[in-house]
Design a protein around this ligand. Structure first.
Ligand SMILES: Cc1cc2nc3c(=O)[nH]c(=O)nc-3n(C[C@H](O)[C@H](O)[C@H](O)COP(=O)(O)OP(=O)(O)OC[C@H]3O[C@@H](n4cnc5c(N)ncnc54)[C@H](O)[C@@H]3O)c2cc1C
Length: 577
């Protein structure tokens, strides 16, 4: 049964909670087409050949050089996946767009230049520009001859972006808006040819503007000295009576919040893809080092303490990757059904899956911080030294929990959006029973993931019934609800991905995937038990506390042996990917 959107209940945003997934409808990295794989390879080879050899120069902030690299990427088509062919782009699907971002990952600063150019710096025009604006800016943004940036944050408006104080006043002749205010922490502002800037018309109506770099009254503060991504430029943007033609209003006056939030949604799944790429690169380095470094007469990869790290890094990355591409697949499917990636259909597709976009942003960035932290540990003292790659990975990854909406804000959005959907009748908060026990190497995990989802749904319904609107004042509960949903999404994505892989290739050939998914599932169930218990205690639900273990259907699983199996395979084949 479908609703007015044409989507069945399980296909809507957040709908994965509603019942068992249709495995065949879940997009996985094993579903990439030859074209997807080709563009991924192009990106990887470009980074290996043109970017990584110049790491020091990029990190020393040689901006003309790095801009030149960005333009080279443009010539190879690596900036234009999301730009429609009619405006000089390739108009590829979101899977291709995410794959480019994933495979550009590896050099901390360059990947951010790329992410800004292909995301927040150009997509506002792709989705909200007038025909004239698209014709003017998109071909250059596609080939890198025009650089973009995105100015939302202000000194007093960070997470609370709508508290923006930058004002826009219509000139007396009605031909310009005059912008006054300050934006801060804006990446690539100094090198951008066009800046997407948010301001309030008459101090009230939040609106996006396209500000050309040569606009009189536009200037920049000094660059911030940052913990990581030091080769990027991040600075204050000062607007003093900056006159912007009325034709440069982006979208509608007073509707800037739609642009700000929808573009952040896209930014979030792309950031998830970037994080997966960084996880893979970091793990490759960690594994190579552990195979080479000897202590006590043995390679450190032979020590159980190190093997466990390698296995867990692999398993968490596997789950994050599964969740990112599942989300991308949902968006692509809706885009295809809507007749393509353009106009309101595209925006609705992205808005529909805003819960999933927040989930993969948090999951990707936190998986990455775990992976790079363990990478430093694998390198020991050298992990702390700039001569080795772990140190830069560690510093460069930390930003991902802060921008594109902090992880706190993204977590808070998850229960808020889900309960709103439930209130509108788009999502039933009735825990589904576990599916009939099936066959295959992951039958038990499919059962436990279904139970985990049902517990997440129960806790959402409990919080709604117990606190109602007062839940907004109980952030500690909201964060735990978000984590329950996150664990369920990540674990289910991993288990379904591996189950499909095993069904196609056979359990033996898919053994590594199966083991990774089992680790992801068991650790998720374990954590979910503790989180749900905290929610139940806070809600004073004694019956729920008694029932919890039964709901989760926990089974003794030898996680240590599973991790050892993954580590053995990685060490034997001497590479992770
Ligand atoms: C390197 C870098 C590059 C950036 N690039 C850009 C860019 O290109 N364009 C752009 O517009 N911005 C950019 N930013 C800004 C970035 O998006 C903001 O820093 C981010 O949104 C957080 O805002 P804030 O720094 O004001 O922190 P605050 O909003 O002050 O948050 C501080 C802390 O309080 C928490 N918090 C805030 N509100 C709540 C709440 N309601 N409930 C619970 N916790 C809350 C936050 O999660 C955070 O932990 C960049 C920042 C950095 C560091």
């Amino acid at each position: 049964m479908t609703d007015a959107t044409g989507l069945g209940p399980g296909e809507r945003g957040g709908g994965f909670l509603a019942g068992p997934p249709d495995p065949e409808a879940v997009f996985t990295p094993e579903d990439f087409t030859p074209e997807h794989r080709m563009i991924a390879r192009t990106a990887r080879e470009f980074v290996a050949g043109e970017v990584l050899p110049h790491h020091d120069r990029i990190e020393a902030k040689d901006l003309p050089f790095t801009v030149g690299l960005l333009r080279k990427a443009g010539q190879l088509g690596l900036l234009m996946a999301d730009i429609p062919a009619a405006y000089g782009g390739l108009g590829l699907d979101k899977a291709a767009s995410a794959l480019v971002v994933e495979n550009i990952a590896g050099q901390g600063s360059f990947q951010v230049f790329h992410l800004v150019q292909t995301g927040i710096g150009s997509l506002p025009i792709v989705y909200y520009g007038t025909e004239a604006q698209k014709r003017r800016y998109l071909p250059g943004l596609a080939d890198g001859s025009v650089l973009g940036c995105y100015g939302l944050t202000e000194p007093s408006a960070g997470s609370d972006a709508l508290a923006c104080r930058t004002r826009a006043t219509l000139s007396q002749d009605g031909r310009h808006y005059v912008l006054d205010g300050t934006k801060q922490l804006i990446t690539s502002a100094r090198i951008a040819d066009v800046l997407v800037v948010f301001a309030k018309v008459d101090g009230e109506r939040f609106t996006a503007f396209l500000v050309d770099a040569d606009t009189p009254g536009l200037s920049f503060g000094p660059d911030e000295h940052k913990m990581g991504i030091r080769g990027t430029t991040t600075c204050t943007v000062i607007l003093q009576e900056a006159r912007v033609p009325v034709d440069n209003v982006l979208g509608e006056v007073g509707r800037g919040h739609k642009i700000a939030f929808n573009i952040l949604n896209i930014g979030r799944f792309k950031l998830g893809a970037l994080a997966v790429g960084m996880c893979k690169r970091a793990l490759e380095h960690a594994l190579a080092y552990c195979l080479e470094r000897r202590q006590f007469g043995r390679r450190i990869a032979e020590f159980g303490a190190i093997r466990e790290k390698l296995a867990e890094m692999y398993a968490r990355t596997y789950a994050a990757e599964a969740a990112v591409y599942r989300t991308v697949g949902l968006i692509d499917r809706l885009l295809a059904a809507a007749g393509g990636d353009h106009g309101t259909a595209a925006l609705r597709s992205i808005e529909e899956y805003s819960v999933e976009c927040s989930l993969v942003k948090v999951l990707g960035s936190e998986t990455l911080d775990y992976v790079v932290d363990e990478t430093v540990q694998c390198y020991g003292g050298y992990g702390y030294c700039a001569e080795y790659p772990a140190e830069a990975f560690y510093r460069d990854s930390r930003i991902n929990r802060i921008y594109e909406g902090t992880n706190e804000i993204n977590r808070l959005l998850v229960p808020t959006m889900l309960l709103r959907k439930a209130g509108r009748g788009e999502l039933g908060l009735v825990p589904a029973g576990p599916p009939p026990v099936g066959a295959g190497p992951l039958a038990g995990e499919l059962d436990r993931v279904a139970r985990l989802k049902a517990v997440a749904v129960r806790m959402l319904a409990l919080a709604r019934d117990r606190w109602g609107d007062g839940l907004a004042g109980r952030q500690a509960v909201q964060l735990r609800l978000a984590d329950l949903v996150l664990l369920a999404y990540a674990a289910e994505s991993a288990v379904v991905r591996a189950a499909r892989d095993a069904a196609r290739r056979g359990p033996d050939r898919a053994a590594l995937a199966v083991a990774a998914a089992r680790i992801a599932c068991e650790t998720a169930v374990d954590r979910a038990g503790s989180l749900a218990r905290q929610v139940l205690v806070a809600a004073e639900d004694r019956d729920g506390l008694t029932a919890l273990d039964g709901w989760l259907g926990r089974q003794p699983v030898d996680l240590l042996a599973l991790r050892e199996g993954v580590a053995s395979e990685l060490v034997a084949r001497q590479r992770a990917y």
